[in-house]
Design a protein around this ligand. Structure first.
Ligand code: FES
Ligand code: FES
Length: 167
C-alpha cells in the first residue's frame, strides 16, 4: 500500500506492507533511528512519537494508520540546528543517563507542554507515566520538563531565557 506521511515537516510517500509498524517505517525505511524500540509490547514508551501532536507508541501503531497524518520524532525537535528548550533542559538538568528512554520521554513531554506550559510535578509524572526509565529515578526528568516549560514561557514573554530554566 502507498502511504503519505509528513515526518518532521517533510512529506514522505512510501510503499509499505499493511503489517509494517510505524517504528519500523521510521527506523528502517526513513533512517530515523532516534526512535528506540525497548519492549515491543506498548509497555516502555521508548518508541513514543507524536502523531498529529498526540503521543503514541509506534511499536504498536501501523504505518498505514499514519497515512495523511503528521509524525514528529526526536529528530524533529531541534529547530534550525539548535536544540529545542526541552533538549537543552534535559541536558542542563541531567534528565538522562544512558539516554535510551530520552527520545520518547521528550516527545511525551513536548505534548504535555503544548497543552500545559506550567505543569505541576504530579502533572509531569502523570503525562510521563507511560514512559519507563531504568536509570534516572525520574526526579531530574521531572525537573527538566518543568525547566523547559519555564524557558518556553520566558521566550514567549520575550524575557531572556536562563540556561537550565528553573522554577
Ligand atoms: S518499544 Fe514501544 S512501548 Fe516499548
Ligand atoms: S536514561 Fe537510561 S533508561 Fe532512562
Amino acid at each position: 500500500m502507498q502511504v503519505t506521511v509528513n515526518v518532521n515537516g517533510i512529506s514522505q510517500k512510501v510503499d509499505v506492507e499493511p503489517r509494517l509498524l510505524l517504528v519500523h517505517l521510521l527506523r528502517e525505511r526513513l533512517g530515523l533511528t532516534g526512535t528506540h524500540v525497548g519492549c515491543d509490547t506498548t509497555s516502555c514508551g521508548a518508541c513514543t512519537v507524536l502523531v498529529d501532536g498526540v503521543p503514541i507508541k509506534s511499536c504498536t501503531y501501523l504505518a498505514v494508520q499514519a497515512d495523511g497524518r503528521s509524525v514528529r520524532t526526536v529528530e524533529g525537535l531541534a529547530e534550525g540546528g539548535k536544540p529545542s528548550p526541552l533538549q537543552d533542559a534535559f541536558k542542563e538538568q541531567h534528565g538522562l543517563q544512558c539516554g535510551f528512554c530520552t527520545p520518547g520521554m521528550m516527545l511525551a513531554a513536548e505534548a504535555l507542554l503544548a497543552d500545559n506550559p506550567d505543569p505541576s510535578e504530579e502533572e509531569v509524572r502523570w503525562a510521563l507515566s507511560g514512559n519507563l526509565c531504568r536509570c534516572t529515578g525520574y526526579m531530574n526528568i521531572v525537573k527538566a520538563v518543568q525547566a523547559a516549560g519555564a524557558a518556553m514561557r520566558s521566550a514567549e514573554a520575550g524575557a531572556p531565557v536562563l540556561a537550565g530554566g528553573g522554577q
